[in-house]
Design a protein around this ligand. Structure first.
Ligand code: AMP
Length: 112
């Protein structure tokens, strides 16, 4: 499958890993938009949140178990934002489900 994030999970494309377990891989965004910008992805290929179902939702729960651990390791004591762009209207550029963790400073109240 020609998926950038599947290749990162496989180690075929280098990444700056911050967390990994049986279900989840997390790495630094190549173009950070905050001092801390981490991408958290399932090891199963799902194109977006639109493909989450009762068959695969364990990957999402494992991601949300990992996120507080990653946030703590990154020192995000002041809070952080979790974003998942889904589809073209939301400007999803990589079609493998991912959650952005953004933090390390004050963010705007605007979401879009
Ligand atoms: P989205 O626009 O929500 O699909 O987010 C995709 C994110 O992947 C963007 O923030 C990119 O900067 C990031 N990205 C693209 N290629 C890489 C890469 N090779 N390593 C790390 N992050 C990447």
């Amino acid at each position: 499958m020609d998926c950038l994030f599947c290749k990162i999970i496989a180690g075929d494309i280098p990444s700056s890993k911050v967390y990994e377990d049986e279900y989840v891989y997390a790495f630094r965004d190549i173009a950070p938009q905050m001092p801390v910008h981490v991408l958290v992805i399932p090891k199963l290929h799902l194109a977006s949140a639109d493909e989450v179902s009762e068959v695969n939702s364990v990957y999402v729960s494992k991601i949300f178990e990992a996120i507080p651990k990653i946030a703590a390791a990154e020192g995000l004591t002041g809070g952080y934002r979790i974003i998942s762009n889904c589809g073209d209207d939301a400007c999803q550029s990589v079609k493998h489900l991912h959650f952005h963790i953004l933090g390390g400073g004050q963010m705007s109240e605007k979401m879009a």
